[in-house]
Design a binder for this molecule. Structure first.
Ligand code: AMP
Ligand code: MG
Length: 504
């Protein structure tokens, strides 16, 4: 009986699709299948994620599953489509972007009751491809797989990687590279740029339909607010403020915070030239195409607000029939971003500094540490991770935080202020505070040289072992397992990665 009931619900593909985006107006997308490839081969299925989605990982890894993941077979229940969107790229308006190398297969409601998109990225040309080939190279696919799963394990909202396959075909960038397809999972792929696409076409009915869809999917409480579309704007502002604060908490630089890469659901999306800082400096930029440093580490909060202003523009006509009232309300929401962001940032960094209580000077204490880290080329991740050792000495031979600073006395001076600040709180056993610090400060992050090492081995030598080993180390970022010691080390001078590329 049970078996029959299960069979009745799940289509033969085993993927129980329910595609709400495909029920939106046809002008939001172009219906089309992915383009088949010559020789699909599995790189990896993410078994943990498959389980969360209620999918059969073995079926996905089987030859029939790999055909689906490569885009050679459209599974039953899928309604493949390429989504339309627009966007500001590096501040410049582009009225039509869209999925130029991705196909949304459909949506699945996971075990947690959350609806998620299943999208193939690198799946061939679409009407939105412009000059591109619609394909992805193995390197960037592995990069997105590693970094998005690393972000997830760090507890940061993000799209995820369900699978990676190679295509048996070459893609041509500066050189010929092995082609690959990533199966990306997201709470949705609705971007600020999706609203901009409709706004640019003066499609107010479309904006309402998309906003209603986003509310139902991501912010159901907004539906019953006095002004639902204002509540949607406020919810996205809150989600983006929280997201960017958490990026800063792990030294993450997105690299292409264009409005088309700004998710309405508040997830990190589009891992192109992103990177984690080793040595802290607020102006750090890795992306080879970010010449002006528009998306530098410390600029990200302001850029997120700029993107949210673009969203507010799109929603203005539907927020209130009275244009003045709409403007006033949207402006107030945008003005609230800065305070919201500061609150989120303080929450993140109070935890990272082991502060259990709030004090007025906390932001200044943090800024002072940042200034000293920047002046002393201190490693971002290790400086915070090693704070716990000052309260509860580690077992191994980890460096003292002061040894991460060119001038260790600069850290000593800050440490005195920090200890006085801790002493001002209700007494807490040092071991308890150290445990809290270790739970807030990761030891293992997807450092650039590790990502690079994994990609080089896979791409140049066909060796997937470093990729697998890195994913394994990233699965427990807050633990210091002896077997993962090398993944905690900053790069040697010859390993430092100074530039990253979009890889499109
Ligand atoms: P991205 O830089 O990945 O956010 O992409 C920006 C835009 O360029 C999106 O519309 C993509 O679909 C499109 N795009 C990026 N790479 C390719 C490619 N290889 N072929 C076709 N379109 C692409
Ligand atoms: Mg993009």
């Amino acid at each position: 009986m049970t078996d029959l009931a299960t069979e009745a619900r799940a289509p033969a593909s085993g993927i129980p699709f329910d595609n709400s985006y495909a029920r939106l107006p046809e002008r939001f997308y172009v219906r089309m299948p992915p383009t088949p490839v010559s020789a699909p081969a599995l790189v990896r299925v993410n078994r943990a994620l498959a389980a969360e989605l209620g999918l059969d990982a073995d079926a996905l890894a089987s030859p029939a599953g790999v055909e689906i993941l490569a885009g050679n077979r459209v599974p039953e229940g899928a309604e493949p489509l390429a989504q339309a969107y627009a966007g500001h790229q590096f501040g410049g308006w582009v009225p039509q972007l869209g999925d130029g190398r991705a196909i949304l297969l459909g949506e699945v409601v996971g075990r947690d009751g959350v609806r998620r998109d299943i999208q193939l990225k690198g799946s061939g040309r679409t009407p939105f491809s412009r000059g591109g080939d619609g394909r992805a190279a193995l390197g960037p696919v592995l990069r997105e797989y590693i970094v998005s799963e690393g972000m997830h394990r760090l507890g940061i909202p993000t799209t995820r990687a369900l699978a990676a396959v190679t295509t048996g075909e070459k893609v041509y960038r500066e050189t010929a590279l092995p082609g690959a397809v990533l199966t990306r999972v997201a709470r949705s792929h609705i971007r600020v740029g999706t609203f901009q696409f409709l706004f640019a076409r003066k499609d107010l009915d479309g904006i309402r339909a998309l906003a209603d869809h986003a509310i139902a999917r991501h912010y159901p409480a907004a539906a019953t607010a006095g002004r639902p579309y204002l509540a949607l704007l406020e919810a996205v502002i809150a989600a983006q403020a929280a997201l960017v604060a958490r990026w800063l908490g792990v030294g993450f630089i997105h690299g292409v915070m264009n409005t088309d890469n700004c998710s309405i659901a508040g997830e990190t999306i589009d891992y192109g030239p992103c990177a984690f800082m080793d040595r802290y400096h607020p102006q750090t930029v890795f992306s080879s195409i970010d010449h002006g440093g528009r998306y530098a580490f410390a600029s990200q909060p302001g850029i997120a607000q700029w993107n949210l202003v673009q969203l507010a523009q799109c929603l203005l006509p539907v927020i209130d029939d009275d244009a003045d009232k709409a403007l006033e309300a949207a402006q107030a929401a945008i003005d609230g971003y800065a305070a919201r962001f500061d609150t989120e940032l303080l929450a993140v960094f109070r935890a990272k500094l082991g502060l259990f209580e709030a004090r007025d000077g906390d932001l200044a204490l943090l800024q002072d540490l940042f200034d000293r880290m920047a002046a002393n080329q201190a490693d971002f991740t290790l400086t915070f991770r090693r704070l716990a050792d000052l309260l509860d000495p580690p077992e191994g031979d980890a460096p003292a935080p002061r040894d991460l600073f060119v001038d260790p006395t600069s850290f000593d001076a800050w440490e005195r202020v920090w200890r006085a600040r801790l002493a001002d709180e209700a007494a807490t056993p040092d071991a308890g505070r150290a445990a809290a610090l270790r739970a807030a400060n990761p030891a293992v992050i997807p450092r650039n040289h590790l990502v690079e090492e994994a990609i080089r081995a896979a791409e140049d030598a066909g060796d997937p072992a470093p990729f697998e080993a890195l994913l394994e180390a990233l699965a427990t970022p807050f633990e210091e397992r002896p077997e993962h010691a090398r993944y905690r080390l900053p790069p040697r001078p010859d390993q430092v990665v100074r530039q990253t590329f979009c890889g499109t």
